[in-house]
Ligand binder design. Sequence first.
Ligand code: ZN
Length: 258
Amino acid sequence: MVARHDQTSDPELLAALLQARRGTAFFARKLNELSDAELDGDSLLPGWTRRHITAHIGYNARAIARLVEWAATGVETPMYPSTEVRDHEIGFGATLSPIALRHLFDHSAVHLNVEWRDLPEDAWHHKVRTIQGREVPATETVWMRSREVWMHAIDLDNGASFRDIPAPVLERLLRDITGAWKTRGTDKGLVLRVTDQALTVGDTTSDSPTVVSGPLAAVVEWAAGRGSSGVTATTTGPAGSNGTATSNGRVPAAPKWI
Ligand code: ZN
């Protein structure tokens, strides 16, 4: 029997599901504002048109639905056979007719939502594996989708901005990004100061850090490699006989994230 409501009653998970569904609705709104001809236009991602973004979001929903099905059945169904297959699929999807591309987005989003809705309470804790090889509980699929729909709605480049993303989503994005830097050791000497949240992250033990500061939305936009409007950079020299020297400088490019 098909359920009409989420099977989970975990409040944190339900809140995450709401965030992902709102992000999907937000992406749908930005996509629907574009005419068929405008789909051919550039996105914010180098080498990708809006068609590539839309195809990617559609196939991403299918890939995440495969993980949810894996959690439900115990039968291993990976997101994609390989990253090459994923990239090839996006390239193919970008050549679809506008109507087919819009259907791909709509149908895949509805399908994923049904898989989430019908996943039994305990199956949410079953382990699945992401394309990066991480073993995660099925609950993680909600965040994996959330960050895709919110960020790529902006990448469609037709008016959405990081200020449209809810603060809890921005905070988690920032943790993901700075966590990836830390793992790779690319955050040395870099501190991020979020002025509207009293939040400081990064290499806070450095004695001559470059501090990038601004409101949460601007800091995340910069950290995600989407531009430096709204942030400033300050570099403090190491303490010497003349004390510390602080200078305001050009905002550096953020370390690579993905
Ligand atoms: Zn993506």
